[in-house]
Ligand binder design. Sequence first.
Ligand code: SF4
Ligand code: SF4
Length: 472
Amino acid sequence: MFDPKSLKAPEFIDHQEVLDSLAYADENKNNRAVLDEIIAKARQHKGLSHREASVLLATDDPEINAQIFELAREIKKAYYGNRIVLFAPLYLSNYCINGCVYCPYHLKNKHIPRKKLTQEEIEREVIALQDMGHKRLAIESGEDPKNNPIEYILESIKTIYNIKHKNGAIRRVNVNIAATTVENYKKLKDAGIGTYILFQETYHRESYEKLHPTGPKHDYCYHTEAMDRAMDGGIDDVGLGVLFGLELYRYEFCALLMHAEHLEAVHGVGPHTISFPRVKRADDIDPNAFDNGISDDTFIKIIACARVAVPYTGMIISTRESKEVRERALEVGISQISGASRTSVGGYVDEEPEDESSAQFDVSDKRTLDQVISWLMQLGYVPSFCTACYREGRTGDRFMALCKSNQILNCCHPNALMTLKEYLQDYASPITKLIGDKLIQNELGTIPNQKIRSFVEKNLVKIENGERDFRI
Ligand code: SF4
Ligand code: SF4
């Protein structure tokens, strides 16, 4: 029985409710009256239910599709302006006891090199990331209580926050590790993490159990209920995601929104972010082995429909996707991207020969961070290295209230300009610096509040004179 308030996965992700919603979407995908009503609701920028959004995703009416894309652009502009937040993944260890059939780190893969970074190696990786200009990391680790216990993760977070090299600093560490206990989530909270990220992979229980045949991750309910435990452990900001390509995308999209509704219903705050990964090639993984791959056009439509359905949620795309796909995705909803990522353990310091790669997946966008920053600015975006919110205590419902009322923009835009300035001073190539300084001058004029504008102007001068870390 579908119940968004239930704490049991089969009830808040009720299989029958997903099927009924998809049937409703099929029945109404060409029903102009229903479509117009949903579009009118979406125009209020307050989001849509999983059923309504599923109808939009199912429609092939060209006029409605054009309206969905236009709305997605409009909502993105209203909530996020033109800033794009940058981050990088940091792989700590690829030891894993799970059997996920789409990931080369699965236990049965005996030829992939297994690596676990020591604290000294983490320091070297982090310095390499700082030297590129990164301020925000997402740490990744396989599930292995012996090799990667929670103590190792906590120690690594401490190491990362403590590394101060030249003007560099990692100011926000997001964590993507296996589902765990409330007690461990409390420890992560105390370690000062930003967002706890856990991809569901697929919400379809039967497929989930087949795709995860062995290891603790096989337990669908334990995995699906992880965000509730994380929130019970005091973590305010959680990040959802499915791996598109494993199951039928319309099923995943609908269930993903049901998960968001569940978090809102139980904890009063929806997901902080949603990530949009697709299955990619990797050591011993062929994406063609999965029947449910989706085209670029479908992928972009999913992103646009999600933007319309959850206007206040940050949306993330990684370097799994090409420059071209990322460009289209940015336009219709993505607010956060990774740049210059290495998806292998130790990859920022050591270039691995291809046949000895420990990478989790192949990267499509291989550009340097400087190239990504320059590209974003030439597209009219303001790259941002901002990490202000959780450092200022703006997390969970406090953050969502600001976000839903659009007030967060008063922080995001100035913070984006100040952190971009830091990047330009410390890490940019001369041409990127030139483009960036000009962009900042133009953007300053768009800050409506005179007090905030002069606060930013003063700090920009201070940054030129060597001071760092200003924020609102
Ligand atoms: S997806 Fe995660 S849990 Fe599964 S094999 Fe890969 S690293 Fe392990
Ligand atoms: S002000 Fe907050 S929401 Fe805005 S970019 Fe910075 S951390 Fe993100």
